[in-house]
Ligand binder design. Sequence first.
Ligand code: BJW
Ligand code: ZN
Length: 245
Amino acid sequence: MFSSQLIKALKILKKLTVLTGAGISAESGVPTFRGEEGLWKKFRPEELANVNAFMKNPQLVWEWYDYRKKLISEVRPNPGHDALVKMEAFAPEFCLITQNVDGLHRKAGSINILELHGNIMRSRCMECGVFIDSLPSVMKGDLPHCQCGGLLRPDVVWYGEMLNQDILHSAFRAAETCDVFFSIGTSAVVQPAASLPMVAKQAGAFVVEINMEPTIISDRIDETVLGLSGEVLPKLLKDTWHIEM
Ligand code: BJW
Ligand code: ZN
């Protein structure tokens, strides 16, 4: 399943950087965005995950987010998340970059995490910018509002919006400076996250993808391991460091 080159690279690495996407949470019961098992058969994420959709119909967008928040609050991390916690303990330096907004890596116990697209459990005031961790705040009709009167929105990054520049900078730095880079459970189509594996490759890292199916980066990296991340990652721990989960 794994090349001897990968096992060797892991055994001697100094810095491991990991990028995760929706696929790593799929086995916890959080649907993905795209692909066969893709989440929103009814809603296209492109149509809801943007500020224009929110301004046009905040009720609908909040309904989608409330539904997802409830779902996420009821699920647990899976063996894929757990294996990454163990890897963080083994790698001298480790950085986990996630596109996911579900907070499951932190729940599992990962420490050095960069949340590229925000966190669904947090809200932000569109007027004064204050962050709010627990809703409901002040409700006006069906919509949550800030003490200042401004409309609250989920603190996530929508299409067409800039990512937090400090977090993005740290993510590019982690990609440029690692020996091994994993791209796990992401279709690698959404920029700028999708550039990170290629940045790591150009900087000389051994780049490995773990996914149920090939993606648009599969031909451009060192190794693709096809399978469920919740099965592949524990096996990788066993084959490399002889850890049973
Ligand atoms: C398994 C599995 C299992 C399943 N085991 N595997 C350059 C070129 C073209 C376009 C752009 C560009 N630069 C910017 C853009 C525009 C846009 C973009 O990238 N569009 C593309 C779609 C073309 N990007 C942006 O707008 C970004 N902003 C930006 O760049 O600002 C600067 C700028 C602004 C304006 C113009 C130009 C520049 C922001 C992107 C924000 C993305 N936001 C979302 C929503 C977050 C909030 C929420 O959750 O509601 O983030 S969209 C959605 O996609 C979400 C995800 O994080 C993101 C990535 O999806 P991911 O994680 O890859 O999931 P899937 O479903 O696609 O894939 C799952 C994979 O798992 C599949 O491959 C399965 O096979 C696999 N899988 N089960 C292993 N068990
Ligand atoms: Zn406010």
